[in-house]
Design a protein around this ligand. Structure first.
Ligand SMILES: O=C(O)CCC(=O)C(=O)O
Ligand SMILES: [Fe+2]
Length: 407
């Protein structure tokens, strides 16, 4: 059994779920979508199968759950992963790719293209310079985010809508009909369409969209030197600043307060942890499963949207309070939309990291000893999102990920 800093690989992920009831089905689906070349898909599947098969229920909340051997599971829309190490140097800087990230072509329709870099061969001017000279417009459907403090020269952040307009969505659905995803004899269109997207997943996307276009919503985080992360981010509860790596009540870029974490999200997190604890109890002889996976009350949620070219370098989540991190209070992560290759390791070398494919509806939890695991997203798998989810939400091509933590 492979171990990551004392954690067996089996602990790193667990799948719960209803949409893909078994990992085997997950594999079949992946093949279906042309992912058979994912190098570690079978490894992932075999490591998950042992844990998840015992917790397969008709639970419509979760489809797959991954957890650190202690705690992985999936929501019918989410997945969770973990990381661990005692070294403290991992930062999100690993995810900076300022020369490769193209303009946000997906969302420019309603946005001002001038606020996006057109050349990625050069660094953007630093935010402090830009704040004075280029005030980003916040236009969305003719309106401007309204809660910016008056008389302040903070840069305004343009709106990023994770969902498409009616017209975009129609075109998208037309071009990517389910027929494109079919693999001859394996499934028919009817079978595919009969699959229902769990309501929870749809409502999570819709809620993120609603919050994401409002004050404190999605923006493209960056660093003082102009480098940008290859994703759009929105923080709920508390703001996390990639530059300072600190949590604050207001975000630096525009002084907006992050929206509160919706209560229904909290319930899902609680449920995910409870399900994981059940899983742990079944699979181990420990007297108290919470010694392995402590419970937590999230007061932070970082919502990331990755376009099809998004990524996030290997890093540790260790900016929460010392107490939270030391106790191993879990990070609970939900994935929606396109699948992603999730890397994890006990070091920062991406070339030597393990990987697992996180699909829409997967939940990944890393807590306890796995709390410090290095993790990241190496790629988004295009066209892999459930068609029904896209139809019901108009989610843009890409992946939505929510990670809940307790400060
Ligand atoms: O997108 C993911 O699955 C990981 C996100 C993550 O690691 C983070 O936001 O810290
Ligand atoms: Fe993370």
């Amino acid at each position: 059994m492979k171990e990551i800093n004392g954690i067996s690989k089996d602990n790193v992920s667990v799948k719960l779920g209803q949409r893909r009831t078994l990992d085997v089905n997950g594999i079949r689906n992946r093949k279906h979508l042309g992912f058979e070349h994912q190098p570690n898909a079978s490894v992932t599947a075999s490591s998950n199968t042992g844990c998840s098969s015992s917790v397969m229920t008709n639970d419509s909340q979760f489809s797959n759950m991954y957890m650190s051997k202690q705690a992985k599971k999936s929501i019918s829309d989410m997945s969770v992963s973990c990381s661990e190490t005692s070294e403290g140097s991992a930062v999100r800087a690993g995810s900076l790719e300022e020369n490769e990230f193209p303009p946000d072509v997906d969302c420019t329709r309603m946005l001002e293209e001038s606020s996006l870099p057109t050349s990625f061969g050069k660094r953007e001017p630093s935010q402090s310079k830009k704040a004075k000279s280029v005030i980003h417009s916040l236009k969305f459907g003719g309106t401007i985010r309204s809660n910016y403090p008056k008389n302040k020269s903070y840069a305004r952040v343009k709106v990023f809508d994770i969902c498409q307009s009616e017209a975009e969505a129609e075109e998208f659905i037309r071009l990517r009909s389910p027929v494109d995803f079919l693999d001859e004899a394996e499934e028919t269109v009817d079978e595919l369409c009969k699959e229902q997207e769990p309501a929870q997943r749809v409502s999570i996307v819709k809620k993120c969209r609603e919050l994401g276009i409002g004050p404190g919503g999605f923006y493209r985080p960056g660093y003082k030197d102009g480098a940008k992360l290859r994703l759009h981010m929105m923080c709920l509860g508390l703001d996390w600043d990639p530059q300072t790596r600190k949590y604050r009540k207001r975000r630096q870029i525009d002084r907006c307060k992050p929206p509160a974490i919706p209560p229904e999200f909290r319930c899902l997190v609680d449920k995910a942890i409870l399900d994981s604890l059940t899983l742990i109890k079944r699979g181990s002889t420990v007297s108290n499963a919470e010694d392995i996976l402590p419970r937590m009350n999230p007061d932070i949620c970082i919502v990331n949207f990755y376009s099809e070219i998004g990524r996030l370098g290997l890093h540790q989540d260790r900016d929460e309070s010392t107490e939270s991190v030391t106790k191993g209070l879990p990070v609970v992560s939900f994935s929606l939309g396109d699948s992603a290759e999730f890397l994890y390791a006990d070091h920062r070398n991406e070339n030597k990291a393990e990987n697992v494919i996180l699909e829409s509806g997967d939940v990944l939890i890393f807590g306890g000893q796995s709390r410090h695991v290095f993790h990241g997203i190496s790629s988004i798998i295009p066209n892999s999102a459930p068609h029904i989810l896209l139809q019901e939400t108009k989610l843009r091509p890409g992946r939505l990920n929510l990670t809940f933590r307790q400060y």
